[in-house]
Design a protein around this ligand. Structure first.
Ligand code: PDD
Length: 284
């Protein structure tokens, strides 16, 4: 596939960065993953805005405007035949290559900008009998206290994901030291109880997921399913009627097993099907 690196397009295998790049040495960077279905993006502007916010919060100076980012990402998709397939585009901005390894932010270093695409699956059917169902484990959230920043330093997330994966599950749901749900290692989380959709509030404990936002906004606009953003205890998670996880690549994925125990009746729920229909109609 065709990658973009610092102003140039090239075959992905040909892309090279310096080992002194702070993204490599320190995980000092911000990234995004944006889905495009047949060339049409989902949440592109909010993704770009979140990246610009993240870059601002770690003082990486990258002067591209929202429009310039949009043009670049659309171009990367076009060069990879995005109109004829479903692609995710990965965008990475690191602080760039210094001349030495020193913790402080260097002056006068150009950020490294890297994009590449990868194939993503067709959207799942809006059908509770046919959709792929997920199983998850749970563990205490041992990441840092700045989870709202979409940092490329993902070791905490990677270790939690691996914990779920190694035990044959698709994800790992995380809780803080008050036994409150935060999110999953690469997804936001929702529960459904008595017909109400509930998701943890957006604070420093979770990534402000774009899919999460589209879900909340589209359900609110539709009006037929109540939505609450509030603290969710693990007790509520384990006694929920339904549990969902969301991300740009998974959209809204139903979870039917947590730590080997069924969620609700162990089948994908009716609220999921209704909500996924509403989301699917609203996402572009
Ligand atoms: N993961 N929470 C975490 C920790 C994430 O890494 C992600 C995204 C999400 C969902 O955010 P969004 O709806 O904006 O994709 C929540 C991406 C896809 C990844 O790391 O590959």
């Amino acid at each position: 596939s065709i990658a973009y690196l610092n102003g140039e397009y090239m075959a992905l295998e040909e892309a090279r960065i310096s080992p002194l790049d702070r993204g490599f040495l320190f995980g000092d960077g911000i990234y995004e993953v944006i889905p495009y279905y047949g060339g049409k993006s989902v949440g592109l502007i909010p993704h770009i805005e979140r990246m610009i916010d993240g870059l601002g919060s770690i003082e990486i100076k990258c002067n591209k405007s929202v429009d310039e980012w949009k043009e670049l990402l659309d171009e990367v998709i076009a060069r990879n035949d995005g109109a004829n397939q479903n692609l995710g585009v990965y965008v990475h901005v690191s602080r760039g290559a210094d001349t030495k390894r020193f913790h402080a932010y260097p002056e006068n270093v150009e950020p490294t900008i890297f994009c590449f695409t990868f194939a993503i699956k067709d959207p799942e059917p809006v059908d509770r009998e046919k959709v792929t169902a997920y199983s998850v484990t749970t563990t205490q959230d041992l990441r840092w206290k700045r989870c709202h920043i979409k940092s490329t330093a993902l070791l905490g997330n990677v270790m939690h994901f691996q914990q779920g994966y190694a035990s044959g599950n698709n994800e790992c749901l995380l809780y803080n030291d008050k036994n409150e749900l935060t999110e999953g290692s690469s997804v936001n989380a929702f529960i459904v109880k008595d017909g109400v959709v509930i998701t943890p509030i957006q604070d420093n404990q979770i990534l402000p997921g774009i899919t999460r936002r589209i879900i909340i906004d589209s359900l609110k606009a539709d009006g037929s399913i109540p939505v609450e953003e509030r603290t969710v205890t693990m007790d509520e998670v384990l006694n929920a009627d339904e549990v969902w996880i969301s991300s740009s690549s998974k959209e809204i994925a139903p979870v039917v097993k947590i730590d080997d125990k069924p969620v609700g009746d162990g089948k994908v729920g009716q609220v999921w099907e209704k909500a996924f229909g509403i989301y699917t109609a609203a996402k572009f």
